[in-house]
Design a protein. Sequence first.
Length: 279
Amino acid sequence: MKLLLNSLYIVSTPIGNLDDITFRAIDVLKNSDIILCEDTRHSIKLLNHFKIKKKLISYHKFNEKKKVMSIIEYINQGKILSLISDAGTPLLSDPGRILVNQCIENKIKITPIPGVSSITTAMSSSGFKDQFLFYGFLPKTENEIDKALLPLSQNSFTIIFFIPPQKINFFLKKFKKYFSGRKILIAKELTKMHETFFRDNVDDIQTFNNIMKGELTVVVSEKNIKKNELNVEKIVNKAKKYLKKYSLKDTVDLILESEKFNKKEIYKLCLKVKNEKNY
């Protein structure tokens, strides 16, 4: 595989099971001049497994602003660079956004190499509606958490979170407050030997007695929006009352002031009452 010079490759890597890496990802990493890693100590294990020997540069959220221009300089020198995260697809709750934006600004070619993501892996095994919102990690302070969860609770889509295992019980209590009536999936150690799924209703799920270990992807189901049912008897009674004094049109308008339903449905019921002349 011939790679493009002066390019940045965004390479997805396994989230646990090394067999999930793609042939294309291996090929790109083997042919890169430099590989950018969140943690070189972590990434070297993956690279050694596939016998990939390349220059590694540590690139994480604490140094990305400082290093971004030197990385752009490497690319402008004709180097081929790949960006990987500790696991999964880079930039999804991982560093890289600043670098990608600098590449766009400098008209540097960006090539994504797709692969495994804990987001889609958890979503595919949830059984929930596939219109979803990915939030990632929630804020750290309780006040900011509440500010984030309140608008999310009003969203009808499935929502995906990354939750630190040591905080799962705290967040379960918050979810009971904000996502009552929904279902929940807690996916632990996805694709790894001890992969486990916990499924329950948000209102019923129990906190965990033992300290959870391993990475958690939490999926909260779509909001079940119940449609108001048209109370036919109530509408008919109102129609009988108003038709004694008002026209059909005025009767419909009066009913619509207090009953938020489709105008055509209200009109049909009122017309039926008028035609039957039983008021």
